[in-house]
Design a protein around this ligand. Sequence first.
Ligand SMILES: *Cc1c(COP(=O)(O)O)cnc(C)c1O
Length: 376
Amino acid sequence: MIPFNAPPVVGTEIEYMQAAMGSGKLCGDGGFTRRCQQWMEHRFGCKKVLLTPSCTASLEMAALLLNIQPGDEVIMPSYTFVSTANAFVLRGAKVVFVDIRPDTMNIDEKLIEAAITEKTRAIVPVHYAGVACEMDTIMAIANKHNLFVVEDAAQGVMSTYKGRALGTIGHIGCFSFHETKNYTAGGEGGATLINDPSLIERAEIIREKGTNRSQFFRGQVDKYTWRDIGSSYLMADLQAAYLWAQLEAAEKINQQRLKLWHAYYDALTPLAKAGRIELPSIPKDCVQNAHMFYIKLRDIDDRSALISWLKEAEILAVFHYIPLHDCPAGEKFGYFHGEDHFTTQESERLLRLPLFYNLSPANQRTVINTLLSFFS
Ligand SMILES: *Cc1c(COP(=O)(O)O)cnc(C)c1O
């Protein structure tokens, strides 16, 4: 069986996890957490990176940090993971879904401004497949209307837009280190990137159960107390140890994923030229991280047939998001602004192929050959 995904393993994880176990400190904000945070701050050019239990937690932190209140509106694509919406719905916000661009599956930046009302507080672009949204346009709209931008960069670690790392362009960025993402913190994990310096102090407080414990540990205050609302958004240091192994090998993992991505792209280009499938397109300002390789079939029936064909050959290929505005909770907590030209149609055509760090070239060849045989 060729799985759709396997968690990345580089080999040094066990050594670092043992070191964490021997350090006498397994809770959050230990040595490995500090190393991971500093590495990311340096590598991505970010003012403050805070490890969290998940990207879901990071998005929730962002909603708390921006003081999202009942009745506020938050603009995002409908074609995304539930956590993008839940984080804001938990604060009582209404989610306003905007259509996507068919070329990148990202929010159509040209449709955002028309969806803004006096209740709008934030825009949440999702960098689908690690390919950047049109951030210059989105930031200009946000500045003009005095809105916050929270980048859901769950899939975008190591990708850039005009040379800037995804997650560092909006006021806040959110990474995922879930096992399905490019780098993992032993299964689950995330990071909150604070790019607006005025948000840093409160971000630390919210993450530490509403206390100024981070300042206390740095010796900036002589006792710590309850300051604000908050929760526990720390990652265990044992997990950070796993993540550290992955970050040390980040370049290698990235190159390997890109190699697999291009092998699919090259092998499937004849099918695309013959008009049988569509391949992903990467806008010229974007450097991607090969988070995902997807193809688009003619329609949902074609896709179902191909999924079955692959399954018959013991290959797991999977589709993705059921648009949120079509889900029971999406109807309850949000609405679709404008026309759904592409969200539903394109989501029904899209199929993701196995792509993970430890995918062997032989297994990838099998996937490619099985796919080609479907079309011949
Ligand atoms: C994976 C993902 C999330 C959630 O990440 P977790 O770390 O599992 O909470 C959120 N948004 C997007 C776009 C994702 O792909």
